[in-house]
Design a protein around this ligand. Structure first.
Ligand code: SOE
Length: 391
């Protein structure tokens, strides 16, 4: 018997659409006990939010999030609004006994993320943060390959996350579309917005990061602010590079920028280990690259004349999530990662084994982001307690 799960969605921008699509699609492709019901969507502009509700099939609207979280007919609050609002909404929703799904990054900083995590855990409500890239089948396959021990001792994790949409100096900051450029709303620039994804992936695949040293840059120092109309200083990081040490002894390099002309959503990583390597590129998301150094000859591992990189087309039924979609060779895309995340969350409600990353795991990512920004500020290596990061 299907159990309805009544959704209260806050926000109706890019992520409001991505999440709403997941709620609508998930039961068509995954066999689950729970069925999301699009009960209400909330936003300040009643006309726009009503139009969104009509498009996506929400039964009602609210213009005040506090009103939404106090409703008895809502089981789950989904936070898809700018980062500075995550903290208050998540805590109030948890205190009202609602399950909470939150867009990444979890918060503006560690202090907020810590308070949110404590509130969620005190309330004992189900929770997850939408780090959707874990659910790209090729990245989930990378996790499987690592867990099978096929990479061996890891030496290097190398991540890049590059975009190019803020190069023009006349792009303003602030407002509904460009809040990511306003530090008072976003918390940080590429560190929280893009590197948080890379850090979540890195720690999922390669374990906790224990130490970082970073350099950030803001290339365009002033931009007009949409809300005030004035030219104001830009205080986000436009670019950030950092070196990292992992608890397992491997080294990491991370680079992110919104000034890489031609790069639109170039989220890549490579992991090199003693027995093999894996490589992934989100602009070519159907593939996982894998190099295996495991030809055994007289008990010794060798590289022979047929050794080489395999480009695995991750669309077979035996690949993660792919048995829920089409036939081998037929590809899926960006929106499916949100469907997968939701399916895992709903499965977690069924089995009692909570889906990851939950708030506590996202707090660990936030710790690394804050350490990166602190290091960029003071020019020193900053240590991160790996046990706090994995608690
Ligand atoms: C920024 O441009 C952005 O939309 C991020 O906020 C998302 O998290 C990322 O997945 C795509 O890029």
């Amino acid at each position: 018997m299907s159990k309805p799960l009544r959704i209260g969605m806050i926000g109706y921008g890019f992520m409001g659409r991505a999440h709403s699509n997941a709620y609508r699609r998930v039961n068509n492709f995954f066999s689950l006990d729970y069925t999301p019901v699009l009960t209400a969507v909330c936003g300040r502009d009643s006309e726009k939010v009503q139009a969104f509700a009509d498009t996506w099939g929400y039964e009602s609207i609210e213009t005040d999030w506090q009103q939404l979280i106090s409703r008895d007919d809502i089981d789950l609050i989904d936070i898809g609004v700018p980062n500075h609002l995550h903290h208050d909404i998540a805590i109030a929703a948890a205190e009202n006994g609602k399950m909470v799904l939150c867009e990444k990054p979890l918060a503006m900083n560690v202090d907020e993320a810590q308070e949110m995590t404590e509130a969620i855990e005190k309330a004992g409500v189900a929770n997850m943060v939408w780090f959707n890239y874990r659910r790209v089948p090729a990245i989930a396959l990378a996790k499987q390959v690592i867990d099978e021990g096929r990479i061996g001792r890891p030496f290097h994790f190398r991540a890049t996350y590059l975009q190019d949409w803020t190069i023009a100096e006349d792009v303003p900051q602030g407002g509904a579309a460009l809040w990511r450029l306003d530090a008072n709303v976003a918390g940080s620039g590429v560190t929280g917005d893009l590197l948080a994804h890379s850090i979540d992936t890195a720690m999922w695949l390669n374990g906790p990061i224990t130490k970082v040293v970073a350099r950030t840059e803001t290339f365009v120092k002033q931009r007009q602010h949409i809300e005030t109309g004035k030219v104001e200083p830009v205080t986000i990081d436009d670019a950030c590079m950092f070196l990292a040490e992992f608890a397992n002894g491997s080294l990491g390099t991370f680079e992110s920028t919104r000034y890489a002309r031609g790069r639109k959503n170039y989220n890549t990583f490579e992991l090199n280990g003693e027995d093999g390597s894996i490589v992934f590129d989100l602009e070519d998301p159907q593939y996982l690259g894998f190099f295996e150094y495991t030809q055994l000859q007289s008990g010794k591992k060798i590289e022979d004349h047929l050794s080489g990189w395999r480009k695995i087309h991750v669309t077979n039924f035996e690949h993660p999530y792919m048995d829920h979609w089409w036939v081998p060779g037929c590809t899926i895309g960006y929106e499916h990662t949100f469907v997968h995340a939701l399916a895992d969350f709903l499965k977690g409600l069924e089995t009692g084994e909570p889906a990851q990353p939950n708030f506590r795991t996202a707090l660990a990512t936030q710790r690394v982001c804050d350490a990166v920004l602190e290091s960029a500020h003071n020019g020193q290596w900053v240590s991160i307690d790996p046990f706090a990061a994995t608690a």
